[in-house]
Write a protein that binds this ligand. Structure first.
Ligand code: FE
Length: 339
């Protein structure tokens, strides 16, 4: 007896399924897939705790935000990712603008995260606060001389200021938030004043800027405080002081690391649970402390070392402006000669 006619279709159906599973990947309701621009050591402890509590597994891939966003874009509806974690509201805004995120309506997220630290359209949510503040050389600056970011444009700081490059999104967001507060013309004058006060060409990163301050090559700079924390931990004798500007006006410029659910993720319910968990009291200190940042959840205190730097009033303009005004900020810094 000959039955070869059955063989071929059976093989091709199973082949098709194999190819389908290979391309799309199996969908597990008890698993969340995360693309993270935060490195493994900053996310794994929280994911492990979440899995312990819920039984939901978390798989993750880490890379820089540009690569992750390009990947989400290229994968489109076939993406295995349920969640994107990245730093800076400017990046989260760009992901939202590119249609990579989906809005979620969660009372838990709304009550755990202050309004200015999440997207008004509910597509991204801050999970830790990073404060961008003034660091000064304690041998060369009396803190009573210091007041605001705007004051760093005053000629009294001539040849005394160091800045990180304007190419970094942190400074683009800072200037964008200044535009939101002061308008373009006034902000441009301030940034021109900064440039006129530079002691050296803009530097590659926050740590290098502080090393220049500590070495006396300039007197002060603007950096994210977790870099200060890392540097001081390595060398507690560095003559560096931390100053909270704009305490009588708009408050310290803050930014976030945060997350959103991907538009085409296959497990939005589980991903929403993970996001809610990350904003909760049981995960917030883990999330913030591991990088010497501040919890977004106002019911929690920061890590004791971070708390020792003092309390400050933060700027409460919604961080969506960091994205909306990013292009304007980049052009403004270029016009002002800030490289
Ligand atoms: Fe950073």
């Amino acid at each position: 007896m000959r039955i070869p006619s059955f063989k071929f279709p059976i093989i091709s159906v199973s082949l098709l399924i194999t190819v389908f599973v290979f391309i799309v990947g199996p969908v597990h309701a008890d698993q969340v897939v995360v693309y993270s621009a935060r490195i493994e050591q900053l996310i794994k402890p929280m994911f492990d705790k979440f899995t312990q509590q819920t039984g939901i597994k978390v798989r993750y891939t880490t890379d820089n935000e540009g690569a992750l966003m390009a990947r989400l874009q290229a994968e489109g509806k076939n993406t295995p990712a349920d969640m994107l974690i990245t730093v800076d509201a400017g990046n989260l805004w760009a992901a939202s603008k590119a249609g990579l995120l989906r809005p979620i309506d969660s009372q838990i997220l709304k009550s755990n995260i202050p309004e200015h630290l999440r997207d008004p359209g509910n597509e991204w949510f801050g999970l830790s606060i990073r404060a961008r503040t003034i660091i000064y050389n304690t041998r060369k600056v009396d803190p009573s001389e210091l007041s605001t970011y705007e004051d760093l444009a005053d000629p009294k700081w001539k040849n005394r200021l160091c800045l990180r490059t304007s190419k970094k999104v942190y400074n683009q967001s800072l200037v964008a938030m200044m535009i939101a507060e002061h308008g373009e013309a006034e902000t441009e004058n301030i940034v021109k004043g900064w440039v006129a006060n530079l002691a050296t060409d803009p530097l590659s990163d926050d740590t290098r800027a502080m090393e220049f301050v500590a070495a006396g090559r300039c007197d002060l700079t603007i950096v994210n405080t977790y870099y200060y924390g890392r540097l001081i931990q390595k060398d507690p004798n560095l003559p560096l002081g931390i100053f909270w500007p704009n305490q009588k006006t708009s408050g310290v410029h803050v930014n976030i690391s945060g997350a959103g659910l991907t538009r085409y993720g296959k497990n939005p319910q589980a991903a929403e649970k993970l996001l809610e968990f990350l904003s909760s009291i049981s995960a917030q200190n883990l999330f913030a402390d591991v990088n010497m940042e501040y919890p977004v959840n106002p019911n929690l205190q920061p890590d004791p070392v971070v708390a020792s730097w003092g309390k400050f009033k933060q700027n409460r303009i919604n961080l969506v402006k960091a994205g909306e005004l990013q292009a304007a900020a980049v052009k403004l810094m270029d016009r002002a000669g800030y490289r």
